[in-house]
Ligand binder design. Structure first.
Ligand SMILES: Cc1cc2nc3c(=O)[nH]c(=O)nc-3n(C[C@H](O)[C@H](O)[C@H](O)COP(=O)(O)OP(=O)(O)OC[C@H]3O[C@@H](n4cnc5c(N)ncnc54)[C@H](O)[C@@H]3O)c2cc1C
Length: 427
């Protein structure tokens, strides 16, 4: 069995960030990156908006402004993103402030899903030219911490260091690892909300600011805005009991041929549950399953017009008479979000939508579609033994799955930070 200096589980931005830093600082280091998918690499495949301003994507319990900025500079050096200009920011900010809302000014770039795919190819080729090996379609199953052996669905692999960055979709694997080798943890937050889809002309701010980050009172925020050639998608999740549910999401293409002049973005409410709730994730999963039940196996969609009248949406509501655009996520079930979403979450999101409609009038047009659920889950928060996200000796847990980031750039930064810990240790 060959012995790897470092095995990285997950080829998303967190894993790639770690690999770049390690090969930059320890040329010749033997690195293997495995990913359960047959292609590389994680979340860079979706829309690829990159945010380069703290605190976007950086959970405050792990990052100070100075520390995040130190790593963001390194992230920019590798990804060299073309930054987008923003216009009329002060006007929107003033309006927001008057309503107790903050509009963050964030340095952004946007490659689109197609641009993201090109970037991935380039990054993988760069890493391969440095001697990094990839094994795609290989799934990490368990870890023997004492023998330093990773068991996958194909073989056993020996390592000196292991970086586990399986993303949000792999948070269960991470949770199992923590349980099996007694890594202490505390319950994490969950984000629950909806995805809003409307015509670009009804949310024209996106022409001035591609992904406007609003922070509303009541722990609600806008998240992941996509426009011009924008589509809502669904992701399948499996609960610990083996049941499936869908969470919606969104992305956009840069290809003008795919333009539909729509925009979509999430309105998320952050929830931190306290005792006696044993698990925030379980709570979120139950909400996902409940939506699945009411939607007959699909996410729910409702027009704002119906919602305001307290009516469920029906198939007939989705016609071209009053509403001149069709949902981009086909096959969702027209229904009533207020029947399914916990009232406290729904009330704060609806209030925030009214604020948003006052800042940039339009989104409460009756044609606007609200999709439910959009759920963001993270593994429980590990207790790290050092500042480099080391959770057990020579084992590092990073990225969105471990809750050390919430986005591409934060994930990449957490990869660098873990790799920095490894380099310091072996130097
Ligand atoms: C539709 C969509 C659009 C998004 N748009 C944006 C955006 O525009 N901007 C932004 O900043 N963020 C966006 N995100 C979020 C972003 O993708 C994540 O924040 C980021 O990718 C997290 O990086 P990561 O490396 O932690 O995990 P990931 O990118 O999720 O990578 C984890 C990898 O680990 C692999 N894996 C999981 N379990 C195992 C296992 N057991 N064995 C082997 N491999 C495993 C997965 O297959 C995956 O490739 C979007 C996400 C989605 C789903």
């Amino acid at each position: 069995m060959s012995n790897w200096d470092c095995i990285i589980v997950g080829s998303g931005p967190a894993g790639l960030g770690a690999a770049f830093y390690l090969t930059d600082n320890k040329p010749g280091i033997k690195i293997l990156i495995i990913d359960k998918e047959k292609y590389s690499t994680g979340g860079l495949r979706n829309d690829c908006k990159m945010n380069f301003t703290f605190p976007i994507g950086f959970p405050l319990e792990y990052w100070t402004k100075d520390r995040a900025e130190y790593y963001l500079e390194k992230v920019q050096k590798i990804l060299s993103p073309p930054h987008m200009e923003k216009f009329n920011l002060d006007i929107y900010q003033k309006r927001a402030e008057n309503l107790g809302t903050q509009l963050l000014s964030v340095k952004q770039s946007h490659l689109g899903t197609d641009g993201g795919l090109r970037l991935i190819k380039e990054l993988v080729a760069r890493l391969e030219s440095r001697g990094v090996e990839f094994s795609l379609g290989e799934e990490a199953v368990s870890i023997n911490e004492e023998k330093k052996i990773l068991t996958t669905n194909q073989t056993e692999r020996k390592y000196e260091n292991i970086i586990i960055s399986p993303g949000r979709k792999g948070f269960k694997f991470l949770q199992n690892v923590m349980n099996s080798i007694d890594i202490p943890y505390v319950d994490n937050i969950v984000d629950i909300g909806i995805r809003v889809e409307t015509q670009l002309d009804l949310y024209p701010i996106v022409k001035d600011y591609y992904d406007p980050k609003f922070l509303f009172p009541g722990k609600v925020r806008t998240f992941c805005t996509n426009s011009k050639a924008a589509y809502v998608v669904q992701e399948k999740y499996t609960t610990s009991d083996g049941d499936n549910y869908y969470s919606v999401n969104g992305h956009a293409w840069s290809d003008p041929g795919k333009e539909n002049n729509l925009v979509n973005f999430a309105m998320l409410r952050t929830l931190k549950l306290t005792k006696p709730v044993a698990s925030g994730q379980k709570f979120a999963e139950i909400l996902g399953l409940q939506a699945q039940l009411c939607g007959g196996g699909r996410p729910i969609m409702q027009r704002v017009g119906d919602f305001r009248l307290g009516k469920r949406s029906r198939k007939e509501t989705f016609n071209n008479d009053l509403y001149n655009f069709q949902p981009t996520l086909k096959g969702c079930t027209p229904g009533d979000i207020s029947l399914i979403m916990p009232n406290k979450i729904l009330r704060s999101i609806w209030k925030s939508m009214k604020i948003l409609d006052t800042i940039t009038p339009g989104i409460l047009h009756p044609s606007t579609i609200m999709y439910y659920p959009e759920i963001k889950m993270y593994a429980n928060k590990p207790e790290f033994i050092d500042e480099y996200f080391q959770a057990k000796k020579d084992m590092y847990l990073i990225g969105d799955g471990a809750g050390t980031s919430r986005g591409i750039t934060g994930a990449w930064a957490s990869g660098i930070r873990a790799a920095e810990g490894i380099v310091k240790k072996i130097s």
